[in-house]
Design a protein around this ligand. Structure first.
Ligand code: FAD
Length: 422
């Protein structure tokens, strides 16, 4: 039993199955492993959760932020939560047992934040996370959750192109979605989620999948109300077994003029600095290039008007050049605009190289950039890259005679180190 069993009433933390897009962020963020999932739902174990709130800010949809006052002896178990399609209604509790503070918070769907200070060490940054929970100080304030499950936006496909070579295994598409006259303001680094049509084996509508926006804030085509995403067709699971990814295959097969159901935008921390002289270090693999393309293109457009003069440094990993999305356009960018470092792990007759190898090779330049308080680092791609990148940064910083834990904590506290991995 939890400490909460000492009191007859508890504020139970629940995840709304109708809104959750199963992105796994909460499970990854929870410092005490209170969140878990099955094929159906993400759930919070009432025996473990201590309401530390670490999972709440990173949740892209707000599905995580639900709190129900219940009798402690009747707290919903994990198994009950696994079976839910919707959150249960609040039950009436004996008046003498109701904690009025909790009741007020529960009505607004918002949990008390008093526990936050206990778990956070440095200006609001929990020590367990690799990246910042706050955006750069100069970032433009983003719109989030403008469209939700109850208010879905419709976009029209105006382009769908393969951006990896035809004869490679890696089928990655650049898909352009137009919102017509529907307001859908976004910033580089944000994402959207898309509902694939149809239902799963249990007859439930498929949940939405999240995709990073690959175009800048003023549109894939400047001054148009459109945006692009970069989608990899999933044909094998993480273990290499054949599988037909529901949403990625749906998206990669879309035709011009098809319509899609979109919610979002999401994300309020993985945002670029809004400062002419800020430097950006981008580290990515595969479709992790999407937000980097958005940021690079934003800077390229600004540079044309002499509104950006910072340094851009890109570390981009893929198996071969031909599997590198946007390879052609990327290599056409002027060398004095962006410093491109390609890490190829299966290039013929070349040793395997990963992004972390190149970060180490370029240690002196990375260090130089990090000395500037207006240098920001963004990492995006498969989850597995996080550890290698952090280790490489740690080595680089240590080689410069600095104490990595201090530098790391400062980067997080100043919103200068960001991860988006999936
Ligand atoms: P599902 O039907 O959900 O899964 C089928 C099987 O494939 C499952 O076993 C699953 O575990 C496995 N699987 C899922 N994804 C992968 C993968 N990438 N590689 C190997 N196996 C996988 N995807 C993009 O293509 N581009 C993006 O820009 C992008 N941005 C994202 C941003 C965020 C914040 C998050 C959380 C995810 C992002 N994703 C992105 C992943 C995307 O949301 C989907 O998970 C992905 O497209 C697979 O969905 P699916 O419906 O095709 O596969």
């Amino acid at each position: 039993m939890t400490a909460a069993t000492a009191t007859p009433v508890m504020k139970q933390h629940l995840i709304d199955p109708e809104i959750c897009i199963r992105c796994n962020t909460c499970e990854e963020t929870c410092p005490i492993d209170a969140i878990t999932h099955d094929a159906n739902n993400y759930v919070v174990d009432p025996e473990i959760c201590n309401s530390c709130m670490a999972c709440v800010p990173p949740c892209p949809t707000g599905a995580i932020d639900n709190w129900l006052q219940v009798l402690t002896s009747e707290a919903y178990s994990k198994d009950e939560q696994f079976s839910w399609d919707v959150l249960p209604e609040a039950k009436e509790l004996p008046a003498e047992l109701i904690d009025t503070d909790v009741a007020a918070e529960t009505e607004t769907g918002r949990a008390p934040v008093s526990g936050e200070d206990d778990t956070e060490s440095l200006e609001g940054v929990p020590s367990t996370e690799a990246g910042a929970r706050i955006p750069p100080w100069s970032a433009v304030h983003p719109y989030v959750n403008l469209y939700t499950h109850k208010n879905v936006a419709t976009a029209t496909v105006v382009g769908n192109y393969r951006v990896t070579d035809e004869d490679t295994e890696s089928d990655i598409h650049h898909i352009v979605l137009d919102f017509g006259t529907l307001p859908f303001p976004v910033l580089e680094g944000q994402s959207i989620a898309i509902f694939p049509p149809g239902t799963d084996a249990n007859g439930r509508a498929y949940h939405a999948r999240q995709y990073s926006i690959a175009s800048p804030r003023d549109g894939e085509r400047p001054k148009y109300n459109n945006l692009s995403i970069t989608v990899k067709r999933v044909t094998t699971d993480y273990d290499g077994n054949p599988v037909n990814g529901v949403c990625s295959n749906y998206l990669c097969d879309l035709q011009k003029n098809d319509t899609v159901k979109v919610i979002g935008p999401f994300g309020n921390t993985f945002l670029m600095p809004n400062l002419a002289h800020a430097n950006i270090i981008m580290i990515c693999t595969g479709t992790g290039s999407a937000p980097m393309r958005a940021m690079t293109e934003r800077c390229r457009r600004l540079t044309k008007n002499r509104e950006y003069n910072g340094k851009l440094m890109l570390f981009f990993g893929a198996r071969t050049e031909r599997e590198l999305p946007y390879f052609g356009p990327l290599m056409n960018l002027p060398k004095d605009f962006i410093d491109i470092n390609l890490a190829l792990s299966r290039a013929p007759e070349q040793p395997k190289r990963y992004v972390q190898d190149l970060i180490r090779e370029r240690a002196a330049d990375v260090l130089n950039l990090l000395d500037d308080a207006e240098t920001y680092i963004y990492v995006c791609g498969l989850k597995g890259m996080e550890v290698g990148v952090i280790e490489a940064l740690q080595e680089v910083v240590s080689s410069g005679g600095k104490h990595w834990p201090d530098v790391h904590a400062q980067l997080k506290a100043q919103g200068r180190l960001h991860f988006e991995t999936y």
